[in-house]
Design a protein around this ligand. Structure first.
Ligand SMILES: [Zn+2]
Length: 214
């Protein structure tokens, strides 16, 4: 195992920052990051990650809007403030060693679905072809549960709920926070984008079914 770098390699950081900014611009264009919400990160090595600085317009990110954090969520080489939800990103990197990207958005569909299914504590997706967009799912006959956790401004509470779900042995590829948005992750940006877009689509389908069912 290589030792974590004290400072990230500048070329690696620049390429990760560009990848985050490119993805953020596209997700913002979909309308999934309203009013400077949402945050995005990429792992740099086992000890460091690049993450969006709090409060920036996600449709207009440049390299200066991305900062480095360690796996305790502390800023590395910067006085900027990382996203308030940084702990949820580092949790994914610590719990899922294969994960290298975390995307968190606040689309209208994600927000409404989280409210509608909060009482059940999860959204159960089954019978949809697009479940196959989630890594490890090979058929529409699978069951894909997306938990809905209560929202809180106190991140350790949220982290404890995510830990409890993982520790119970249930698969976790994404979760919603009630009235808030979605978190999902993957091995690289392409896989994580695929997860996010598939989940946005599937949540929209579930909302339509509720709306249209007699
Ligand atoms: Zn958020």
């Amino acid at each position: 195992m290589t030792k974590p770098l004290a400072q990230p390699d500048p070329a690696l950081l620049a390429s990760r920052a560009d990848a985050i900014a490119d993805a953020a611009r596209e997700l913002a264009a979909f309308g999934w990051t309203p009013a400077t919400s949402s945050n995005f990160s990429m792992r740099l090595d086992e000890g460091l990650a690049a993450i969006t600085i709090s409060g920036r317009d996600k449709g207009r990110l440049g390299r200066d809007d991305i900062m480095v954090i360690d796996m305790d969520g502390k800023a590395v080489g910067s006085d900027s403030r990382p996203s308030a939800e940084t702990g949820l990103h580092t949790q994914v990197y610590k719990r899922f060693p294969e994960a290298n990207v975390v995307l968190h958005t606040h689309s209208r569909t994600q927000s409404v679905a989280s409210r509608l299914f909060a009482a059940e504590g999860r959204i159960r997706l089954e019978g949809w072809e697009l479940q196959k967009a989630i890594t490890g799912y090979t058929t529409h006959e699978s069951v894909l549960d997306i938990p809905v956790f209560p929202n809180t401004q106190h991140m350790p509470e949220l982290e404890a709920q995510v830990d409890a779900w993982i520790d119970s042995g249930k698969p976790l590829h994404a979760y919603l926070i009630n009235g808030h948005g979605i978190y999902t992750w993957g091995r690289d940006m392409a896989e994580t984008r695929r997860h996010l877009e598939a989940l946005e689509f599937l949540l929209g389908c579930e909302l339509d079914l509720r709306r249209l069912s007699p």
